[in-house]
Design a protein around this ligand. Sequence first.
Ligand code: LP5
Ligand code: MN
Length: 246
Amino acid sequence: MGAGPAFTLFISDLHLTDARPDLTDLLLRFLEQSAPQAEALYVLGDLFEFWLGDDTLDEPLNASVVRALRRLSDGGTRLAFMQGNRDFLAGTGFAAAVGATLLPDPTLVDLYGVPTLLLHGDTLCTDDVAYQAFRRQVRNPMVQQQFLSLPLAARRQQVGQVRAQSEEQKQVKAMEIMDVTSTAVDDAIRAAGFPPRLIHGHTHRPARHEHRVDGHRCERWVLADWNTHGEALRVDASGIARLPIT
Ligand code: LP5
Ligand code: MN
């Protein structure tokens, strides 16, 4: 940690894959140069394009990311990881390897005195009925156990099929269906006891929204995905800023 006021960083939706070595490089630079100044780094899901299981920690891309995250947490920056809809199979093995706390979705944290609700964001997209049905299926521990017992090649092939179906269905889904619903946001805020702040990713629609629920104000920050460049949210006692990562 460096001098100056304490701050916390949030990232999500990097979708790291062998096909985009530039994004992995960007993350590795960020983890080496900027992140060590933070007291904590929260990764709110979809760090990876997909995660086939914690027995893949040694694959080259995974190993390089794990090594860099481990170096960060060993250096004293607290690391927290929440699973996304792409990497929900990154579990206790992954968390232990990088030195992170595995956060349930949603999680309520206190950030410099501001109760802040953290989510990946997919659970808020309740109009996407087909996705929510798919989600229930693949979050079933028995389904996961069965998938994880397959050889890697078979897992890879299944994920290829699911990805193809997902992309096909996304083509015909209206854009609004793939965004959060205000009902789901309101419910999440209510269930968490009306925190004044909510942070999530998933939709790739970075913005700051204001909600009023039962007379309580809540600002909702949507994280950006990483594509032409990266982005983090930087939170300190005086507020939130978007930090471009280039
Ligand atoms: O990810 P993104 O943003 O492109 O789209 C999501 C929703 N899609 C998904 C699917 C993921 O992309 C693929 C997940 C890979 C996980 C790796 C581990 C797999 C383990 C499986 C077993 C435990 O999340 C998309 C949303 C979109 O966000 C916006 O919110 O719309 O949802 C879909 O498109 C889902 C479809 O509507 C339904 C998909 C049906 C798939 C049927 C599976 C058939 C199985 C065949 C294989 C044997
Ligand atoms: Mn997502």
